[in-house]
Write a protein that binds this ligand. Structure first.
Ligand SMILES: CC(C)(COP(=O)(O)OP(=O)(O)OC[C@H]1O[C@@H](n2cnc3c(N)ncnc32)[C@H](O)[C@@H]1OP(=O)(O)O)[C@@H](O)C(=O)NCCC(=O)NCCS
Length: 161
């Protein structure tokens, strides 16, 4: 789907981004369990509700369909988690949420957004590359996996000044 078509369907679908609140956690955990082989626990999410963290909910027709967690460290934003409910994937919402995160980080004085992604996560890597991220390194064995450990690709998008 070309970008303009994707974003038209997102707009028609009544999409809203708002700050995530602790009351969202049951919906978040439901999506998290469906999104990852090694999902975050409720305690990990609760630990992210602090000043240097920015948590976003993507809502469609008032239902939470995805979220993103970003940590700000000095002038660098670090995308720690972005996940969409399986039933809404492939509709352009993940890209919209990523762009929302990037716009907020840039507006709030960050100079770049950094992330780690599993080397096998082809759909996420395709999205990041398409949005202009480039790989700056690898962290060998960073993630647990079914076969032991898996490398992380470290990717960055620098904001133009
Ligand atoms: C990664 C994720 C957030 C993308 O969200 P999404 O709403 O499905 O993505 P979009 O519909 O906005 O797609 C954006 C781009 O991602 C890539 N993409 C998405 N799904 C894909 C798939 N199944 N195969 C290959 N590329 C895919 C494409 O480049 C796509 O652009 P296109 O539609 O122009 O081809 C979503 O797949 C997800 O929640 N995955 C599970 C959690 C996860 O892996 N998070 C990333 C951790 S680093």
């Amino acid at each position: 789907m070309s970008c303009p078509e994707a974003y038209q369907s997102v707009m028609e679908a009544d999409l809203l981004f708002r700050p995530l609140v602790p009351q969202d956690l049951p919906s978040v955990l439901d999506i998290e369990l469906q999104g990852y082989s090694h999902p975050w626990s409720e305690a990990v999410f609760l630990d992210c509700f602090k000043d240097s963290y920015h948590l976003w909910a993507a809502c469609r027709a008032e239902s939470l369909v995805g979220y993103a967690v970003v940590a700000y460290m000095v002038d660098e934003a670090h995308l720690l988690n972005i996940c969409m409910h399986p039933r809404v994937r492939g509709k352009g919402i993940g890209r919209q949420l990523l762009r929302h995160v990037l716009a907020a980080a840039s507006r709030e004085g960050m100079s770049q957004l950094l992330l780690e992604v599993r080397a096998s996560n082809e759909s996420a890597i395709a999205l990041y590359e398409d949005e202009g991220f480039r790989e700056i390194g690898r962290r060998p064995g960073y993630y647990p996996s079914a076969n032991g450990r898996e490398d992380a690709r470290v990717m960055v998008l620098r904001f133009s000044q």
